[in-house]
Design a binder for this molecule. Structure first.
Ligand code: SAH
Ligand code: SF4
Ligand code: F3S
Length: 439
């Protein structure tokens, strides 16, 4: 008998992708083999997201597509893991009759035991949240092994309790990971040929190991591994974005000039209802500090349209702040009420669906213009690009990113390989990509 096989698929944010690498590592240590084909699997794990209702619907639809596989393989175990498992807990066994296993984000060490339980046709569930778990001794198994860019989780959980958000409930208390294990993992990845590390956390800039070692120290330590290693991080909360951090980015060539700074709304009244702990003015002050301290830095954001009580005037404030900040890119969402969040218990989800949609469309079309403008602004500039791979559309082209996190496509060059740095001059663009040639 060969090894048992597992298939894992991931929905949601980068933290979830990073968690799937941890869950996979646990499975492989316990004698399972990974497969990218659910038909070959003995265990199927769906790592889920609860941040908006449509994310949960997507997971349920995937489940509908995958459960028929049980007809052919009656011992097949299907597990829901991650944020949706944590939010709905054992009730999920009632709602989705075909699942065998439920594991929350802090229960991945337990997966082999849960699988044993499920194999005996007993209910296998662990949704305990931990105050300490950081999986710091587990080397993540790289599922999409492109070999150039890797995530490293540096903290887990969130205690900001933005009123619309489920994450504090699905991920629990904030805890930072031992920096020695982070640096060791980064060094190890670099020695295997990785050239970019993305430090991950729901709120990376509140990373704190002890009073003498915080996020800025960690960032400098990782950047210090080699000048050939790029360092990125996400997500920053505007309330914690210090000038000190900005100076560290500007001082270190290999800390990338890109900050993802979710704004959510341009109306201070709405920001207060959202419990974001900053005002429109504070947010704009941070944008100005970025532009001043790190000239050429790109800024991207997240925006929610149609939050409880949002008026046309609030919406206009959002549009005007988007314009003032001049984002290079944005992720834009329509407010989705999440059960048991502070907003769902305190406020009415009173913006009609069609108004939410209309406002979201206006936000998207404004941002599209700004993204295009930002790309046009890069024409004739030369950037150092880390070559990440072969372009899918044209095998004669490479693609890579500049420090600002923009994708640049250019024709393949003799003597240059994936993982190398190359200077590329931008000669053209679309609203989504830059096109360039070797300088
Ligand atoms: N910790 C990060 C990311 C959280 S989830 C942060 O604080 O920015 C990513 C984005 O999803 C959020 O920034 C927010 O814009 C959006 N989001 C979260 N909850 C939402 C909800 N209930 N409805 C719509 N969008 C939501
Ligand atoms: Fe959610 Fe706010 Fe925490 Fe981000 S900072 S995960 S939006 S509660
Ligand atoms: Fe979704 Fe959980 Fe991430 S709710 S956004 S997968 S932390």
């Amino acid at each position: 008998m060969g090894k048992k096989k597992f298939y894992i698929e991931t929905h949601g944010c980068q933290m979830n992708f990073s968690d799937s690498e941890i869950a996979s590592s646990v499975m492989i240590k316990n004698n399972f083999e990974i497969t990218d084909n659910p038909r070959h699997a003995d265990v199927i794990l769906i790592n889920t997201c609860s941040v908006r209702d449509n994310a949960e619907q997507r997971a349920r639809n995937r489940l509908k597509n995958l459960t028929p596989l049980k007809k052919k393989k009656k011992d097949l175990i299907i597990g829901i893991i991650g944020c949706m498992a944590e939010r709905i807990k054992e009730q999920l066994f009632e709602e989705e009759k075909k699942i065998d296993l439920i594991a929350g984000p802090d229960a991945y060490r337990n997966l082999p035991r849960l699988i044993e339980t499920a194999a005996k046709k007993s209910k296998a569930i662990n949704v305990k949240l931990s105050r300490e778990e950081t999986y710091d001794d587990i080397t993540p198994f790289k599922i999409e092994n492109k070999g150039i860019s890797a995530f490293i989780s540096i903290m887990r959980g969130c205690e900001n309790f933005c009123s619309y958000c489920v994450v504090p409930f699905t991920r629990g208390k904030e805890r930072s990971r031992n920096p020695e294990t982070i640096i060791k993992e980064a060094k190890n990845l670099f020695s295997k040929g990785y050239r970019e590390i993305i430090l991950l956390g729901q709120n990376v800039n509140s990373y704190k190991w002890n009073s003498g070692f915080g996020f800025v120290n960690l960032l400098e330590s990782v950047a210090g591994i080699s000048p050939l290693l790029r360092v990125r991080f996400t997500t920053s909360h505007p309330k914690d974005l210090s000038d000190e951090l900005l100076y560290v980015i500007s001082k270190n060539e290999n800390i990338c000039m890109h900050i993802h700074l979710p704004m959510q709304s341009g109306s201070t009244r709405i920001l207060n209802l959202m419990n974001r702990k900053y005002s429109r003015e504070w947010y704009m002050n941070r944008i100005e500090a970025i532009k001043k301290i790190i000239p050429g830095c790109s800024v991207t954001t997240d925006i929610i349209s149609g939050f409880c009580t949002e008026t046309e005037e609030d919406h206009k404030s959002t549009l005007s702040l988007i314009e003032e900040a001049g984002f290079d890119y944005a992720y834009m969402f329509k407010y989705s009420e999440r059960p048991d969040t502070p907003a769902s218990t305190k406020y009415k989800d009173d913006v009609p669906e069609e108004v939410k949609l209309k406002r979201l469309q206006e936000v998207i079309s404004l941002q599209r213009k700004l993204s295009h403008k930002s790309n046009i602004n890069d024409l004739n500039k030369t950037f150092e690009v880390l070559i990440e791979g072969e372009s899918k559309k044209n095998k004669n082209n490479f693609y890579g990113r500049n420090s600002q996190n923009k994708v640049i496509i250019f024709s393949k060059q003799k003597n240059y390989r994936i993982g190398d740095y190359i200077n590329i001059k931008v000669t053209g663009c679309t609203s989504a990509t830059l096109i360039g040639e070797v300088e």
